[in-house]
Design a protein around this ligand. Sequence first.
Ligand SMILES: C[S@@+](CC[C@H](N)C(=O)[O-])C[C@H]1O[C@@H](n2cnc3c(N)ncnc32)[C@H](O)[C@@H]1O
Length: 173
Amino acid sequence: MSATKARPQDLRRARRIRQHGCWDHLVVAPLWVAYRANLGTLVRTCDAAGACLAVPDTPHYQEALGVGETLRGPRRPCIHWVRRGRERWVAAQRSAGWRVVAVELAEGATPLTRLAPARERTLVLLGHEREGLPADLVEAADECVEIPMVGRGASLNVAVAGSLVLYRLAGLS
Ligand SMILES: C[S@@+](CC[C@H](N)C(=O)[O-])C[C@H]1O[C@@H](n2cnc3c(N)ncnc32)[C@H](O)[C@@H]1O
């Protein structure tokens, strides 16, 4: 790379001057994700990929996002507060025409490498750090995506998994 090219901090300043509004096309729903750091990481990925975040409207999530989110000021991404039971909310989104993608390890799941960019309004479900996603939601999803792994760990960190899937669905990777 040439030494005369713009530095990363110059590119950041030039490129990241606006926040995106709610495009209502791609929503990531870590409805069972508990840890602040994971929610904070997902907020940043949503901002970067032009997606929205949906989380339960409870004191726990409000507090966790307040602490975990490190994007301050006018660049806050769009957050949808879920004000009813989580499974009922997912069912209502489906009835309203959203395509539901579960991110989980499951028999017959689509490998990440074959996941196509979202062409319709898409809701992405992420599971709890220990318990994963409720099995009935994985079963009912329009598509389940699994990220191939070759190491010894049983699963990825949920914010990493969500970010990888989001970038594919946003057509950015
Ligand atoms: C740490 S994992 C939960 C693991 C849990 N102990 C289990 O065995 O079900 C948390 C969430 O991250 C996502 N996840 C982690 N690794 C994944 C992978 N390789 N493929 C798809 N989703 C993954 C899923 O949404 C999962 O529910």
